[in-house]
Design a protein around this ligand. Structure first.
Ligand code: FES
Length: 162
């Protein structure tokens, strides 16, 4: 299945970003809430919006980019409706987490950090979900699934459209 390009923001209307910037114009402290507002509007922060945000707040684009990179909660590419996170922590790794990740990649047809072309799924890995005793584990949106095996992966992610 084709994968979403990293930056599809060239087709996006950035007009609403200017309205959001107006709330914080030339107020550097407003960067975090503004980024949250922009992400709330688009589901991610379009890279083309970064220079506008920077000039609106009196910052350099590199400063805005730096903040976006620092906080894991900000994204600069569109994400899927469902976010699948496979644990790559030690406990999960020794109990087959690598195989689970491979199966999930095959099932979704994407690599780590990518989103399916229909925006249904984004695949990520995490350092530890915190339920190591049930390894290997994965999370889909807010639901955790422990003791994963190939059958469970197929059941949870079986996509009939492919
Ligand atoms: S290592 Fe996977 S949940 Fe802790």
């Amino acid at each position: 299945m084709p994968v979403v390009e990293a930056d599809v923001s060239s087709e996006i209307d950035l007009g609403p970003v200017d309205q959001l910037i107006d709330k914080y114009r030339q107020q550097r402290w407003g960067l975090l809430p503004l980024l949250q507002d922009v992400q709330g509007l688009y589901g991610y922060i379009p890279p083309r919006a970064i220079p506008r945000i920077a000039s609106g707040l009196g910052l350099f684009p590199s400063q805005v980019q730096g903040v976006i990179s620092f906080y894991a909660l900000f994204y600069t590419s569109p994400r899927g409706k469902n976010v699948v996170r496979v644990c790559r922590g030690t406990a999960c790794h020794v109990r087959g987490g690598k195989t689970i990740l491979k199966l999930v990649k095959n099932e979704l047809g994407i690599e780590e950090g990518e989103t399916t072309a229909d925006f249904e799924y984004t695949l990520e890995t995490v350092a530890c979900i915190g339920i190591c005793a049930l390894a290997p584990n994965m999370v889909i949106n807010n639901t955790t699934y422990g003791q994963m095996n190939p059958r469970k992966v197929a059941r949870l992610l079986n996509r009939k459209d492919r």
